[in-house]
Design a protein around this ligand. Structure first.
Ligand code: DX5
Ligand code: ZN
Length: 552
């Protein structure tokens, strides 16, 4: 959590963006048409804006002091509508009327108008369609606000543009104007997914060097991984502090990201999946896995190096095991060390507090700017946990609770599930890295998963202890989606290979699950056909070589 502006409650933000993709795919499959590719490549960008950055009010879409969002790549409408719905502008169920006669959710969004409530969408500022125009509209709004001195600092204007759309000459005319008028209240974000309607952008109309182009037109340019919300939040935080220049954030994204056979595949620019596969697709979207290396494992070398090494491997977050020598028979580090490590990475910090009386010390870990803070159920009462949870949420931090192998999920936790983002089910007795995974916790993990789902839990189960290439799939099948890995990553000297292997095992577990689901729905061969190029590398491990070979 590098930015101090908006604390992102990381896991809650991830969950909302997951919901956006799930609603979008339901709408597209139900309509039998729509653009999954762009809806998914821009999901983190739009989600971070609406759920964590923009000043807006779903109950008052024309609020005068609101920030503006112009979606110039309007074919991403299913993703955009789903973002507005999850943000609260209208009930998400309405997404299922996408492109239907009489629905206000048509293929391209219609600007909201109080006079045309039934035909326009609350939250939509610009009727998109023919591309290349949205940036000019954004510049018009930003300039108007600038001319009205009062408003100059009040309203920010965000514009989402595409890289295919950047073939349009108007984009470059507009970019010159924004540079000339020093529109520092304007932030454009380029969804750089490198695919357009009929192929790869660099084959059709090369855009690179993209950053240099915008910088040459007097824009302040930042570049991010467009699927890492922490980097987008960070770039938006920096953008808010730029003066006398408009800002361009080049977000490197993957078209269709989230569904593996759609990812980076031009076929899925404007094509709908068969409706009968919807449930399997929803299961995939619900199953994103996160890898969190535990830095206390392996050599006692400096933690910053350890963090940098795994950051290079694209892990999702850093697991920080705080041990006080009382709650567990080992001592590691405390809030002061975390504070020192904070500036070394934008990766979210997943702090696992194995300490007595966590309520007394919680403020130090809030101030150390962790993104997720998990305390042990064995170390606090219901009321203490409630207070911890409230303080974490107010500070924009994801609250979590951990249970040791011998502990069952406390019944009182049902009353806190709504605002709980993660539950760690320990698969070793806490205290040390490098211990052996305890398979006897699996039935409990499954029972916890079932109980949580029955109570509407939308957060994550985290498996912690002895996770490696031989045990990850067991925890995955039991419901875990966040995997802590200490010795498996830092214990063997080949960090690169270890992270790849963990991701591979997670992918095999996912594909097996989706295959089973497709069989239950009687769409197995259909699914395997759509998924063939993804399944080939796992065919042996999944025991489907012959079957896959027969699929034409
Ligand atoms: C144990 C810690 C774990 C541990 C993980 O008490 O909570 O996070 O460091 O290390 P491995 O993966 O080696 O068990
Ligand atoms: Zn841990």
């Amino acid at each position: 959590m590098i930015n101090m502006g908006f604390n992102m409650r990381y896991l809650d933000l991830k969950r909302r963006i997951r919901d956006v993709r799930m609603w979008a795919i339901q709408g597209i499959a139900e309509a039998g048409s729509g653009h999954p590719g762009a809806s998914f490549s821009a999901a983190e960008i739009m989600g971070t804006l609406y759920f964590r950055t923009m000043k807006h009010d779903p109950s008052n879409p024309t609020w005068e002091d609101r920030d503006y969002f112009i979606n110039s790549k309007a074919h991403s409408a299913p993703g955009f509508y789903s973002t507005l719905a999850v943000a609260g502008y209208f009930p998400p169920e309405e997404i299922r009327t996408l492109r239907k006669l009489g629905s206000r959710l048509q293929g391209h969004p219609v600007r909201y108008s109080e006079h045309q409530k039934h035909h326009s969408v609350p939250g939509v500022e610009y009727s998109g369609g023919s591309e290349g125009i949205g940036l000019s509209v954004g510049i018009g709004i930003a300039l108007a606000k600038k001319l009205d001195r009062e408003k100059a600092k009040m309203n920010k204007v965000y514009v989402l543009i595409g890289d295919g759309e950047s073939n349009e000459g108007q984009i470059w005319e507009a970019s010159m104007a924004a540079g000339k008028f020093k529109l520092d209240n304007l932030v454009a974000i380029l969804d750089r997914n490198r695919i357009q309607q009929d192929g790869f952008t660099e084959d059709i109309m090369p855009l690179d060097p993209t950053k240099d182009k915008w910088a040459a037109f007097n824009w302040q340019v930042f570049e991010v991984d467009g699927h890492k919300v922490e980097q987008i939040v960070d770039a938006l935080y920096k953008a808010a502090r730029v003066h006398d220049k408009p800002v361009m954030i080049v977000a490197n994204t993957i078209k269709g990201n989230g569904i593996r056979h759609m990812a980076n595949n031009p076929q899925w620019h404007g094509k709908a999946p068969p409706k009968r596969q919807t449930e399997v697709l929803l299961e995939e979207l619900e199953s994103e896995c996160l890898i969190a290396p535990s830095i206390i494992a392996g050599e006692r070398e400096n933690y910053e190096d350890k963090i940098r090494k795994v950051e290079r491997e694209g892990v999702d977050m850093i697991h920080l095991d705080v041990m006080d020598g009382r709650f567990v028979p080992n001592t590691t580090f405390f809030a002061d060390t975390i504070k020192k490590l904070r500036p070394s990475t934008s990766l979210p910090f997943d702090a696992h507090l194995m300490i007595e009386k966590p309520l007394e010390q919680i403020q130090e870990y809030i101030d150390a700017r962790c993104d997720i803070i998990t305390v042990h159920a064995e170390a606090c009462t219901e009321n203490e946990f409630k207070e911890i949870q409230e303080r974490l949420i107010n500070a924009g931090i994801s609250p979590g609770i951990a249970i040791n192998p011998g502990t069952h999920m406390p019944k009182w936790l049902h009353r806190s599930l709504h605002d709980l983002d993660v539950i760690i089910v320990m698969s070793v007795n806490p205290g040390f890295a490098g211990q052996k995974f305890m398979p006897e916790v699996l039935p409990k993990m499954m029972a916890v998963n079932k109980e949580l789902m029955e109570h509407g839990f939308r957060g994550y189960i985290e498996a912690d202890g002895g996770i490696d290439a031989t045990t990850l799939h067991q925890a995955y099948d039991a419901g875990a989606r966040i995997f802590v890995a200490g010795a498996a990553v830092y214990g063997g000297g080949d960090i690169h290979g270890s992270v790849i292997q963990l991701r591979h095992k997670a992918a095999v577990a996912l594909e097996k699950r989706l295959l089973n689901h497709s069989t239950r729905l009687n769409v197995r061969s259909d699914w395997m056909k759509a998924r063939k190029h993804i399944l080939i590398p796992y065919a042996n491990e999944l025991g489907i070589e012959e079957e896959l070979h027969a699929i034409k």
